[in-house]
Design a protein around this ligand. Sequence first.
Ligand code: HT7
Ligand code: ZN
Length: 852
Amino acid sequence: QTAHNLADYRPYPFVLTATRMTFDLQPKATRVRTALSLAPREAGMDLVLDGGKEVELLSLTIDGKAPDPAHVLRRDETLTIAAAALPPHPFLLETDVRIDPSANTAFEGLYISNGMFCTQCEAEGFRHITFYPDRPDVMATFHVTLDSDLPVLLSNGNPVGQSQGRAEWHDPWPKPAYLFALVAGDLVAVSDSFTTRSGRRVALNVWVRPGDQDRAGFAMESLIKSMKWDEDVYGREYDLDVFNIVAVDDFNMGAMENKGLNIFNSKLVLASPETATDTDYERIEAVIAHEYFHNWTGNRITCRDWFQLCLKEGLTVFRDQQFTSDMRSAAVKRIEDVQALRSRQFREDQGPLAHPPRPDQYEEINNFYTATVYEKGAEVIGMLKRLVGDDGYRRALDLYFDRHDGDAATIEDWLKVFEDATGRDLAQFKRWYTDAGTPRLTMAEDWQEAEAGGTLTLAFTQETPPTPGQPEKLPRVIPIAVGLIGPNGDELAPTQVLEMTGASQSFTFDRLGARPVVSALRGFSAPVMLSRQLDDATRAFLLAHDTDPFARWEAGRELALSALTAASQGKAAGGDYVDAIGRLIADGTADPAFRALCLNLPGEEEIATRLSSGGITPDPDAIHAAREALARQIAETHLDLLSDLYDAMAVDGPYRPDASDAARRSLRNAVLALLTRIDGGERAEILFGIAGNMTERMAALTALLRRGRGQAELAALRDQFADNRLVMDKWFAVQPMAAPPAQAAQVARSLSQRKDFDWKNPNRFRALIGGLSANHAGFHAADGSGYDFTADWLLRMDPVNPQIAARMSTAFETWTRYDAGRRAKALAALERIAAAEGLSKNTREMVSRMIA
Ligand code: HT7
Ligand code: ZN
């Protein structure tokens, strides 16, 4: 397999202006006729089109005439027409091909889900539909005709014709093939409209299967909010007459931003109180926004090549994070985002799969839709915004949209608009895009008393550990937001941003009355691991007094982690944390969502990451035991307080998915998880029985399963929702996830033998296989049962859906940090996968990077 290199980029030697396509949609034999208006950029170049093996060429003409067959070369993945057969002026290339959507189990290209035709073309799916220059810098207008007896026929752009068995769509905005989409099926719409700020009326539809309409209203509300927000905050208006969203059951990822026709995994569209949790609702709102925001950041301005993926994904994640902060609680959102970054991206950065937000080499681009490209890509933009200020950011973004509308752009273009709009030199900052790894930042304090007031010096050093292919790292620009808090808890100095550029650097604050407590890395101003010498009493002080909500939560987190890491190594600890958490629970003035975040102990995976970054080999069983013991200690110490809080946080009235009710439920559920350790599940059983919403039912069920109970509740849920795929996915996921670790692999194995384990459905597969890997001590069971089970299923999935197999193989990405016994078993599982005959290039690349 050959690697693709950023340095090899060359523009496509032909200009493609317009694409016309006609689809005759038949499940087993769909005909696709394509006409491409092409013009050579330079003389004497062969025309190379991408086209997968399964695309059967029936005919090809150039300006209406078939070329000499000797000039047409079909290879496995391409079709080449020799320069000798091409006119030196603009010409029309027409092809007629046959494909078999019913055989497409990889869900890339044109496939069938539940009787409905749909497409997924990012990153390189269009080449499974027809022969085409399938690369993001080749952009054309599209005119698409769909012939089918199915009642609803959709494609990109505006509808321009509809008759019995036929629909025509025209997309006037030039776009790359990865943004192409079609849908044909028996669908119904929840419809509304939006009038843009310049007065254009846009028809909005959320298309679902008949019977699902009553679960699509929240998605529509979220879309309208997103359209309004993008106008208000970024000045971006929608640009077509219609915006369609379609929900499909078989989908490899969350959703796809095809121009004017977003296609969604049904779990990110359908929601009702009985079937979806508060987290599902929040995620639906965020992903609807994310895909909508791509219309400007991704579609109007796309990527020159796939190395630039974070140009659209990092920016669009940053924008959806801003949106959620505005719709809900900014403080809570920031903490949730940092938690997700640490658990997914820091983990990736620590292991063999580490790569920069803009990689410069890949074998299979689908393997690079990662936390680093998405979430770290967003963090880098957050840092830029902090460095140039809100006004500078706004000027830079306006310039970006003005200068690059209609372009396929690069990270260099992106940084240049910031340089031009703000006058800043971003040469050093660019390392955030090109270098992998999480910088380790150390902070030391020096305090000097003096008559005119004391002086505090903060000395920082930064170092980034080696990552694959990048042994040496140069220092990065790190914005460090700090504030100073006086001994009485008052803020002495408001937040200021220290700009660190060297490997070590000091900053001085003078004329201070008394020695302050430093609140560092406020708002998590840079994606680094900060270490500082701080005793637990000072952490507890910050947890009580810090005015920055992130730093306040972080102080509590550090307290918990210090207790947990000590306990997992057999040392006694926890007193300060337990006391501090008691004060927080009792503080009725604090936001319930914030209290819930503080009360949820760090996960076992996070504790393992912490230990490993300190050079200690994590022991999954000891970590599990330490976490259980601390939870029990909190519950025992604060039993009365927790019982009162559980009662006080009950939410009356009909279910509403808004932030304030969701906050109360999240605190109540966090308390329930603790109380179940004492009452053995009494409250959880009652709650499961009376709750009318899925948020509380799932919380109760999880708490029971963790205590080895919950069988009756599982049966009740299955009986009630056997026909609801999304609820049954939860049912499959929660069992291995919440099982006692020693039983987790066995629980997963027996579930995998059930008839309703429809494993070819990506959601169902992810539920079960991902459910086990979310159980840290279960997946890393010392007997290797978690590794074996996962490897068995990756091998089974790989020939059917390589994208899903490769993605789920990341369960193994941390294998090198465990003890020799576990390492040997994980390596054996990975080698077994690597040895499989005919392994896909997706999974092969992942496994070989992991065992390199
Ligand atoms: N831009 C999309 C990324 C994507 C994808 C989506 C669904 C199925 C396969 C996919 N491959 C890549 C989604 C997004 O980030 O918005
Ligand atoms: Zn995206």
